[in-house]
Design a protein around this ligand. Structure first.
Ligand code: IFM
Length: 471
């Protein structure tokens, strides 16, 4: 595969990908003939991801009460009433997770640290918990797996929630103080930091759809929270750079900072102006607003008729060393004039869908990589995966999405890594155990919580072998 295509080739690919969204279709023959990660540059990151609350068990935060609650009509907040009390018990069984990463031939593991565990009360620091995280990071390094640490992944300590959570103006600074502390405590073992996971998903689920705590459906509040998350990221990046000055991996950089942004494709379902308008507005709020804020060093959140926030925030400028892309699916948008969300998604009949009903659309990853190639940040796929309890879809899903990554690289896009969601079956938020994303499946009722390889492990190992991280 060609390694250094010209700027002209990249520009051409961009124009073609933008112009042919309906016709761009990877064929099974192209995918089958492709050698995954062929020609990937040295240092390319290949691994898997989890988050602290979704696997550790034994945490106590704003989800703890929420996940045991019900809506006024009696439905549980979490499908089948699953709680996060034990799950994969990775807090105790983390060596089994490191072993699973070794089986994969991974050279990176994106994992979280749980804010409420490390700072259970304002200003306190749980030294024993920090020591355990240090043990994990050291074990990963010893296994030649770089830890990439997510600091905020949807859950708030109860002391923050009691003050109003993301509505409290002090939350961004409190999270930044936590980031600084984590930078100082773990910086000699960690270089890769992800400040915030999917700020746009948090806003959509917690403040628009009312499905996650605090269960709000309030667009004006959602816009204010989006702005607060932007402030938090800017301050966290500053705090990390101040407190983590140790280059853990010898590449002359003490920190590599970014967010993991959920990017979704919003395609109008028809040529109707309403579908086009609504798809554009959804894309602007969901995909673009956070990234624009970082580009401009300015918080700008617009929800037509609801909110228009516009304020300079210099810490955002230059706060990304990379853009993390979490990609899963696309919505084919049928716009409507009122309602939240202001559209319904039309299923694509001729494509497979995941157990959660998400269209499997690998071309979308290619389109996004091309689209974000010109923003000046190296790109990392920080999540990509499929809810597939039977495990039959995942191998081809992985192969097709790595094909998308390789094709974007061949077109000149600076993609530095690919991280699969998820290493293990875990707590899929309101879907509970119905969203099974693991490369390794785990039966939460199994007393031994054995990590069992799914069929996709062989596909992943094939990619790792091609990359040279598995011999
Ligand atoms: O499980 C989630 C994760 O917490 C964030 N990204 C999407 C995943 C699958 O829905």
């Amino acid at each position: 595969m060609k390694r250094s295509p010209s700027k002209f080739a990249l520009a051409l690919a961009l124009v073609l990908a933008a112009g042919c969204r309906e016709t761009l279709r990877f064929t099974p023959a192209q995918i089958a003939a492709h050698r995954m990660l062929d020609g990937a540059p040295p240092g390319f990151l290949l691994g898997a991801a989890t988050s602290a609350y979704q696997i550790e068990g034994g945490n106590h935060n704003d989800w703890t009460a929420w996940e045991k609650g019900r809506y006024p009509d009696g439905r549980p907040h979490v499908a089948d009433g699953l709680t996060a009390d034990r799950l994969d018990d990775s807090w105790n069984r983390w060596p089994a997770d490191v072993a699973a990463l070794r089986v994969l031939g991974a050279n990176v593991y994106r994992l979280g640290v749980e804010w409420s565990r490390l700072e259970p009360a304002e200003g306190t620091w749980d030294a024993a918990a920090a020591a355990r995280y240090r043990q994990m990071f050291a074990a990963l390094r010893a296994a030649h797996v770089a830890p990439m640490v997510t600091l905020y992944h949807f859950t708030l300590p109860t002391w923050i929630a009691a003050r109003g959570g993301w509505d409290w103006p002090g939350t961004p600074a409190a999270l930044a103080a936590f980031a600084g502390r984590a930078g100082a405590a773990f910086g000699d073992l960690v270089d890769w930091w992800c400040t915030i996971n999917e700020p746009n998903v948090l806003v959509a689920k917690s403040y628009l759809a009312g499905q996650w705590p605090p269960g709000a459906r309030d667009p004006a509040r959602a816009a204010r929270v989006m702005a607060a998350l932007m402030r938090a990221h800017g301050l966290m990046a500053l705090a990390l750079r101040q407190n983590d000055r140790t280059d853990a991996d010898g590449d002359q950089r003490a920190t590599q900072i970014g967010i993991a942004q959920n990017l979704r494709i919003f395609d109008p379902a028809s040529a109707s102006p309403l579908d086009g308008l609504v798809a554009g507005a959804a894309d602007g709020f969901y995909d673009e607003s956070f990234l624009d804020a970082v580009t401009l060093g300015r918080i700008r959140v617009v929800l037509p008729g609801v909110a228009d926030i516009d304020e300079p925030f210099p810490p955002l400028a230059g706060s990304f060393d990379y853009l993390g892309i979490n990609y899963y699916t696309r919505d084919r948008v049928v716009g409507r004039l009122s309602g939240s969300p202001p559209y319904r998604a039309l299923p694509a009949d001729d494509r497979p869908h995941s157990d959660l009903g998400w269209e499997i659309y690998p071309e979308g990853l290619y389109r996004l990589l091309l689209r974000y190639s010109h923003r000046g940040w190296p790109l990392l796929v920080t999540e990509n995966g499929v809810a597939d309890a039977g495990g039959a879809i995942r191998p081809e899903f992985l192969r097709a999405h790595l094909y998308a990554v390789d094709r974007a690289r061949a077109d000149g896009v600076d993609v530095r890594g690919y991280i699969f969601w998820s290493l293990l079956d875990n707590f899929e938020w309101s879907h509970g155990a119905r969203g099974r994303f693991g490369l390794f499946s785990v039966d939460f009722a199994d007393p031994d919580l054995v990590r069992r390889p799914t069929a996709a492990v062989a596909t992943f190992r094939e990619a790792a072998r091609n990359l040279g991280t598995l011999r």
